[in-house]
Design a protein around this ligand. Structure first.
Ligand SMILES: NC(=O)c1ccc[n+]([C@@H]2O[C@H](COP(=O)([O-])OP(=O)(O)OC[C@H]3O[C@@H](n4cnc5c(N)ncnc54)[C@H](OP(=O)(O)O)[C@@H]3O)[C@@H](O)[C@H]2O)c1
Length: 265
């Protein structure tokens, strides 16, 4: 019999990475609240996970890009004291290059990848901090670290999730709450169902990705990049970034700019 951990609320549970999280968390003994728009898929998954793992599984059908749907999930997180883990996996890639001007598609993507994820993380941070326990897993992407002309807003949304998670950790870790940002590379799910013309060597199976991410979670990693062998490589990037901090806000401009102005006068 698996240990009891409380309830995990998993967004994007109707497909891909979120669906795998639901399976693995149920196997660990978590009860589940599965969030997505596809009621049929959620219902089928809920029945099968409950039967397979002997846990309580409930579907919460909600469109996270819609204010009413999002509020319903926020209310659940806020009011259900059994919830001990939020997995923010819902997300989409859309809009294409900014120069295509697909404004509605860009907004729909940002509503889920940025606005919904932030609001749910905030509610969870508030209630978990008050209880002095709980965990928040945010699905970012390796694209957080890669500039991409064809998916600029998607990449930026994932850079946002990474940045949000790093700052959120500073806020809630002292209050007993664990935060993890997961940065998968290409992962075999319906999101990249056409394979996107990618070689097999750069695409990970979703079950291997989620198992690696959960191993990172178990070891308390703040940032998990499932394919990265040496965490020192990421730590070096973080340290390089921190090297800039003493230079980012000073009372006077850098001499190279004032010298340029003086020579132009
Ligand atoms: N696959 C990759 O290569 C990859 C790589 C790095 C990061 N990621 C990230 O991992 C996360 C999961 O991606 P995936 O590959 O599992 O994609 P997926 O198979 O397409 O699943 C996306 C999930 O998001 C949910 N979703 C999308 N829009 C929603 C909305 N408006 N309201 C509620 N739920 C919504 C979908 O549920 P419904 O359709 O039922 O609403 C679905 O369950 C995403 O955040 C993605 O950016 C994926």
């Amino acid at each position: 019999m698996a240990a009891r951990h409380g309830t995990a609320l998993v967004t994007g549970a109707s497909s891909g990475i979120g669906e795998l999280y639901a399976d693995r968390l149920a196997r660990r003994g978590y009860d589940l609240v599965l969030v997505g728009r596809n009621a049929e898929k959620l219902g089928t998954l809920a029945s099968s996970l409950a039967a397979k793992h002997g846990v309580k599984v409930e579907s919460l059908v909600a469109d996270l890009g819609d204010a009413a749907g999002l509020s319903e999930v926020e209310r659940r997180l806020d009011s259900d004291a059994s919830i001990t883990l939020l997995v923010n996996s819902a997300g989409l890639i859309g809009g294409g290059p900014l120069s295509d001007g697909n404004l509605d598609a860009l907004s729909q993507m940002l509503a889920v990848n940025v606005v919904a994820l932030t609001r749910l993380a905030s509610v969870a941070a508030k209630v978990f901090s008050a209880r002095g326990t709980g965990a928040i897993i945010n699905l970012a992407s390796a694209m957080a670290l890669i500039d991409n002309a064809g998916a600029a807003a998607y990449a930026a949304s994932k850079a946002y999730v990474l940045s949000l998670s790093l700052s959120l950790d500073l806020d809630v870790k002292p209050k007993g709450v664990q935060v993890q940002a997961v940065l998968p590379g290409y992962t075999r799910t319906p999101m990249i169902s056409d394979g996107a013309g990618l070689p097999d060597s750069v695409v990970m199976d979703a079950d291997a990705m989620v198992d690696a991410a959960l191993a990172g979670f178990d070891s308390g990693e703040l940032v998990t990049i499932p394919s990265l062998e040496s965490p020192a490589a990421f730590d070096a990037w973080v340290e390089k970034r921190a090297d800039l901090w003493p230079h980012l806000s000073l009372s006077i401009p850098a001499p190279r700019y004032t010298a340029a102005k003086a020579s132009a006068a």
